[in-house]
Design a protein around this ligand. Sequence first.
Ligand code: IMP
Ligand code: MG
Length: 422
Amino acid sequence: MSNTILVGAQWGDEGKGKIIDVLTEQADIVVRYAGGNNAGHTVFVGQQKYVLHLVPSGILRKNKLCIIGNGVVVDPISLVEEIEMLRQLNIKVDTNFAVSETAHLVLPYHRELDAQREVLKGKNKIGTTKRGIGPAYGDKAARVGLRMIDLINPERFEAKLALRIKENNEVLKALGAKPLSFKKILAEYRAAGDYLKPYVKNTVVLLHQACLRGDNLLFEGAQGTFLDIDHGTYPFVTSSNTTAGGACTGSGVPPHRMDRVVGVMKAYTTRVGEGPLPTENAEISDLLHGMGREFGATTGRPRRCGWFDSVAVRHATMVNGIDGLAVTNLDGLDTVEAIKVCIGYRIGRTRYDYMPADVEVLSQCEPIYAEFEGWCEPTTQARKWKHLPKLARTYLKALSELSAANLAIVSVGPGRDQTIFV
Ligand code: IMP
Ligand code: MG
């Protein structure tokens, strides 16, 4: 293998968890580089379903080192719960797991502020996961964040936390919310610090040594390209760089060590939360929800659904440098007779072949569609390219061409074996 970055090419929930799990077979180390427990990566191993929020999905395979990089924001309570959940399911989490000492913490005032700001925004709300992600990254940029290294140093943690709680309680009171108890938080987070201490490492040096040994690294992106704080549909985005560049800054592994970028995309489009989604469509939403598909792994919210948007994915190919596409959920379209694909946008008589950066312009864009004849037969049993119905192959080839990247993987169901290497 080589050092591979895996990113979401749409608005998150592309099925990255499953593809990561499949690719981990050839990796030595799996690294999360952005986001926090707003992510929900679902992996099925046999009949067992695992939903991971912080720990890299690679943990489900034996002898893989899993690292939470410096670019991730870590809610320590949530991380402890996740490790305990994994152990209860007999998944080993000890020497195969490390978290960066410079990863920032998500603390209770971040969650509280996240919720309060959403209320203040009213109908302009972002529809966040309310996990405190935005305020935590905000503190990081404002240079008032606390990090893992602080958490495992009790005196330092107490002193820094006291100051932060004092300031944030003033803000919360001004917003009409209840102030937080310093004592309670200190006790709870100290316990989490004791629990996590053995895993807190200098992951930059660790990854550098791994590169020198020639280990294969797999970078597990979270969320998707259009939730990226720079390249997404701002302000309806998350607060981190979810795109491929984030893998370098969020891990400390330099760009020249990266060999390949895999972009994961659904055979259609979904989004959870507010913000523009040009191909949103009630017909396909109802169909997918009716099949029990497309409910959020973190918040349980029904996802908004639409037809495949090749304008968006072409943009994702450009900003991430995607050289291999993994198409997931092909089977979600198994019963659709006429499948639409967005090949351009239009506002009145003006045509756009790229994604306008301004969300107000993007919101006015109407999709221009091409139509494909559906294959109308199950694809879930296909294990090789040639097993796929001819019309499905035609559809996939068109997606690849329109997205300006080669097809690498097709997924026809949640199982590990429901994977076709193209
Ligand atoms: P936040 O990351 O919780 O601040 O949420 C910001 C936006 O990103 C909202 O629209 C969320 O629904 C969306 N979002 C955050 N994480 C995910 C994810 O893992 N999958 C899909 N959408 C997400
Ligand atoms: Mg998800």
